[in-house]
Design a protein around this ligand. Structure first.
Ligand SMILES: *[C@@H]1O[C@H](CO)[C@@H](O)[C@H](O)[C@H]1NC(C)=O
Length: 407
């Protein structure tokens, strides 16, 4: 009896606590139930990672074991054939229609998100299968090595090596040489932009070796973390709030969180020259955000010495790390771009800025803005209609760019 009473009391406490700490999305947000559940999942994960750290467990590994819950939702299907191969020492998951094809198929090189520190192609399998069904393409998803163990430029170079290999050997994978593009979300969007930029500037490849790049709510820079969307969603309600984004970015850049205070104060911005600042100027933003004008100057100086400033700038002003701030003439070499952003996301303005910069240098851009959704929603193809709608929109772009007939 006492046991039952304790269990009931504990459950009541947990429910009350969950209610108290739940993220609060406005009425206009779609699928608020899902968003609340996702938010609570991340809060619980943060708590366990924090407690684990007190007894010496690595917080990134604790978080990653949490995300393996996603693997339980995996639904393999007979119409998509899957295998795991190794290219240039990097694991790659290949998904293709089971049905044989007489002619080579288009190829999509997919780079997953997860803040450079988490997830894998397996976590995206349901999403990739839908991509295969809609596009009829061979999708090769790169299992690049993760931060903080492997910091910049290793994850980028893993993706670059695999992409080069596929561009050089498309026939090995039943892919049409003239129909290869890249697609990725979040951190994967950063890597897609960096790899596309690198290959577009590489004289060993013909112009337009890559036919398109697709960036879903990409992270594109670390030079200004006080853009309006960063300020607006600094503390949520989306799970990807500023502290979380900052930790992901720092672990990728430096392998640790030494410079957390420095970036949290946005002090890196004060070291940028005028040219670089122009690339993240709010005047480029077409969001018409009411918060866009009201920046508050940040106080406090983090203790960082001159050598450390040099180290910081060498990474964050590298265009393969912050592709958004590449010079105009380099951006102009990029292939047609599909960029998607959603409302509840600190990274919203990264995508808006790149879309505008690309338009200004004459690159074809299709920008899809999804209001009332939050960062990460495209993975929920099994439950959220908005994820399917967005994938359909991408597919139309894909067919148009490759000159394919509607299937
Ligand atoms: C492309 O990436 C390689 C490998 O990191 C690097 O050596 C090269 O400088 C990059 N190209 C550009 C234009 O940054």
């Amino acid at each position: 009896m006492a046991l039952l009473r304790n269990a009931a009391l504990t459950s009541l406490l947990v429910v009350l606590l969950a209610f108290y700490v739940r993220p609060r999305f406005p009425e206009t947000a779609s699928n608020r139930g899902t968003k609340t559940a996702v938010g609570l999942f991340f809060k619980f994960q943060d708590l366990v990672a924090y407690l684990g750290e007190l007894i010496g467990l690595d917080p990134v590994q604790t978080a990653n074991s949490f995300y393996n819950i996603i693997l339980l939702l995996d639904q393999p299907a007979a119409d998509v054939k899957e295998e795991t191969i190794t290219i240039e020492g990097v694991e790659v998951s290949v998904f293709r229609p089971t049905e044989e094809s007489d002619s080579p198929r288009p190829g999509i090189i997919h780079i997953h998100g997860g803040g450079f520190c988490s997830l894998s192609p397996a976590h995206y399998a349901n999403y990739i299968r839908e991509m295969v069904r809609k596009t009829n393409a061979v999708v090769l998803s790169i299992n690049y090595r993760l931060a903080p163990k492997f910091k910049f430029p290793i994850p980028f170079e893993d993706c670059l090596m695999v992409t080069r290999h596929i561009l050089n050997n498309p026939e090995k994978y039943g892919i049409h040489q003239e129909k290869i593009g890249l697609k990725g979300d979040s951190a994967g969007g950063n890597l897609v932009a960096a790899v596309s930029l690198n290959i577009s500037l590489d004289s060993n490849y013909p112009e337009r070796a890559i036919k398109f790049m697709s960036l879903d709510y990409p992270s594109l820079q670390a030079v200004d973390l006080r853009l309006p969307s960063f300020r607006k969603y600094e503390n949520g309600p989306c799970f990807l709030n500023k502290p979380r984004m900052l930790k992901y970015m720092l672990r990728y850049a430096f392998g640790d969180l030494r410079f957390y205070e420095f970036f949290n104060n946005n002090e890196q911005y004060s070291y940028l020259d005028e040219k670089l600042r122009e690339h993240v100027a709010s005047s480029l933003l077409t969001t018409n955000d009411e918060d866009a004008e009201s920046d508050t100057p940040l106080s406090g100086k983090a203790s960082v010495n001159a050598d450390e400033v040099k180290e910081i700038l060498s990474v964050i002003t590298h265009p393969m790390f912050s592709p958004l701030i590449a010079p105009d003439e380099d951006l102009a070499a990029l292939p047609p771009a599909y960029i998607m952003n959603c409302e509840f996301d600190v990274l919203r303005d990264d995508g808006f800025l790149l879309a505008e910069r690309l338009r200004l240098v004459g690159v074809t851009v299709e920008h899809s803005y999804v209001p009332s959704e939050e960062h990460g929603f495209i993975m929920m193809v099994k439950t959220e209609e908005s994820a399917m709608v967005e994938l359909n929109k991408f597919t139309q772009f894909f067919q148009k760019i490759l000159g394919l007939n509607i299937l």
